[in-house]
Design a protein around this ligand. Structure first.
Ligand code: B12
Length: 252
């Protein structure tokens, strides 16, 4: 098992010591960073610090050094956000600080996006993605969109705070058969179920496959509200999207 001293970056070691209290989380976070290169840890540290210009520069440098985009995304950017999430939950930081971290995340993602989205392969399907009504979290959804595009999907992004009608209109406008909904708040998760009900009411439920995701969403919740699939992360989102479109093709 990795130990705190195995994390090369001093700022991150201090963050773990000062802000992470739960033994299971200490173990998870130490393992996460101890297994990442020092260059990735430096990106995480800048993200945790909300230093968007530094994240911008370090991400660009890492890619120029031929580090693979998924490694920069997972070990640099998403790993940093894991500490931000814990600090936010425990009230060590508040919305303005988290917004600065989100801005830093976006600065890094801007470099990764063109690489992950450039699939160069034949379009494999059309997907509509959006964060549900009342919810403004879009970092995870945007990562899923990048990965979907990279896998050859044409994705129409409805952004955040997406109403049931906006999902329905988009399906009709783009002649799409796959929807991905994201929710990060326990208070907005039920809006996924409401959107599914709206598709039933509009007599369109059989025309679409619906997948859901977001940190508080589980397979059980997805099953309970009648979604067709659940994905735990962006890689899973792509796998689920392919699986659901194949299912639909078999049914048609
Ligand atoms: C960043 C952040 C914010 C930023 C969002 C910026 C942005 N542009 O997104 C800001 C500051 C705006 C914010 C605001 C709020 N937030 Co906030 N936020 C976070 C934080 C720290 C990180 C979220 C994140 O980006 N994670 C990183 C991404 C990569 O992970 P992810 O979103 O889970 O996505 C991955 C998977 O879930 C999956 N996935 C995601 N979507 C989809 C969709 C599909 C189809 C599939 C298959 C997969 C999939 O793939 C992604 C990639 O791997 C979380 C903490 C946390 N642990 O999640 C709190 C958190 C979600 N926020 C929380 C809260 C309470 C709020 C506020 C209510 C705070 C307030 N008092 O105002 C507001 C709500 C605003 C609103 N109406 O939405 C709580 C929610 C608690 C709860 N039980 O509901 C959390 C959990 C923090 C906490 N207290 O622990 N927040």
């Amino acid at each position: 098992m990795a130990e705190l001293k195995d994390i090369a970056n001093e700022f991150i070691r201090d963050e773990v010591e000062e802000f992470i209290e739960r033994p299971d989380e200490i173990e998870r976070i130490i393992n996460l960073f101890a297994n990442a290169s020092e260059q990735m840890q430096n990106i995480s540290a800048a993200l945790i610090d909300g230093a968007h210009e530094t994240v911008d520069q370090l991400t660009s440098q890492a890619l120029a050094d031929n580090i693979e985009a998924p490694e920069v995304m997972d070990d640099g950017l998403i790993a940093g956000m894991a500490i931000v999430g814990i600090k936010f939950r425990e009230n060590f930081i508040f919305v303005p600080e988290v917004l600065a971290c989100a801005r830093a995340m976006k600065a890094g993602m801007a470099h990764i996006e063109p690489i992950l989205s450039a699939s160069g392969i034949e379009p494999v399907g059309v997907a509509i993605m959006g964060t549900v009504k009342g919810d403004l979290h879009d970092i995870g959804k945007n990562l899923c969109i990048m990965m979907l595009r990279g896998a050859g999907f044409v994705v129409h992004d409805l952004g955040v705070d997406t109403s049931e009608d906006e999902f329905i209109d988009a399906i009709e406008e783009h002649d799409a058969h796959l929807i991905g909904m994201s929710a990060l708040l326990t208070t907005t998760m039920p809006n996924m179920g409401k959107t599914i009900e709206a598709f039933i009411d509009a007599d369109l439920r059989d025309d679409v496959k619906i997948m859901v995701g977001g940190a508080p969403v589980t397979q059980e919740f997805a099953d309970d509200m009648g979604a067709d699939g659940y994905g735990k992360d962006a890689l899973d989102c792509v796998a689920k999207a392919k699986e659901l479109l194949a299912e639909r093709a078999a049914e048609a």
